[in-house]
Design a protein around this ligand. Sequence first.
Ligand code: NAP
Length: 266
Amino acid sequence: MNIYNQRIMITGAAGGIGSELARALAEKGADLALVDIDANKLGQLKRALRERGCKVDVFPCDLAAPDAPQRLSEQMIASTGGVDILINCAGIASFGLFDQQTPENMEKLWRINVLAPMQLTRALLPQMTARRHGRIVNVGSIFGSIGFAYFTTYSASKFAMRGFSEALRRELEDTGVCVTYIAPRYTKTPLNDGVVSRMAQAVGMNSDEPSVVAQHVVRAIEKDSKDYYIGWPECLFVRINAVLPRLVDGALRKQNAKTRPFATQE
Ligand SMILES: NC(=O)c1ccc[n+]([C@@H]2O[C@H](COP(=O)([O-])OP(=O)(O)OC[C@H]3O[C@@H](n4cnc5c(N)ncnc54)[C@H](OP(=O)(O)O)[C@@H]3O)[C@@H](O)[C@H]2O)c1
């Protein structure tokens, strides 16, 4: 898909991956609609992109609010007639023992990571199918294919996004609207607060810069990829886990033992 002149909406656009993605897509001549809870960071990003001559509008919004996706999509359709590409990138993580998670945090995570992307997609889809043109890009995770201990709620939300992407892609076949699921591995962004980055260092997790992830997302869109996994050997582990999960149980046992002390710190 050619990105030039496409109207692209990015959620979580003020974040580590989202802001790099906004810059990369602006370079390609996209017309951007940027959504994030952080209005100040969005404003700064808008100014920086406009100085470079990019077309950009911002929509501060808390996607955890139950009616936010519907309001946002109505606003988007009213102001611009809709979008060509929706990139569901906003997400929050949770790290720690599962029985220590509060119901409130679990619900919030599920709203931001799963329900908001699904509701935004549902609301923006009719204007895409009517034009027989569009793409939904869902940012998942390697943890959406390999269930990771101490990231249980987060992993579950990314499994949900992978299933949503696969089912929707099959449902939309022949409509002119495509679905791309992208799975980054550990990326150096504010999502991974202090304890997670210390844990990642201690267990030797491979990592990427958010600018690198953004370039992969751009490539996935340009190549019309259906699924796109970032990083080696993580891509291989995803495949092994799909066919031989007991083997991966064993391989992760040592890593879990190293991770546990960090998970019990909070
Ligand atoms: N970083 C990784 O290791 C990694 C790996 C695989 C997949 N991913 C996925 O990549 C995506 C982007 O993550 P990231 O690493 O760029 O994280 P990030 O730097 O924390 O960016 C996420 C952005 O979403 C915003 N956001 C949070 N809650 C929101 C809400 N209720 N409404 C609207 N916006 C909200 C955040 O705002 P605040 O900062 O103000 O909360 C932040 O600007 C996520 O879906 C994540 O799951 C990340």
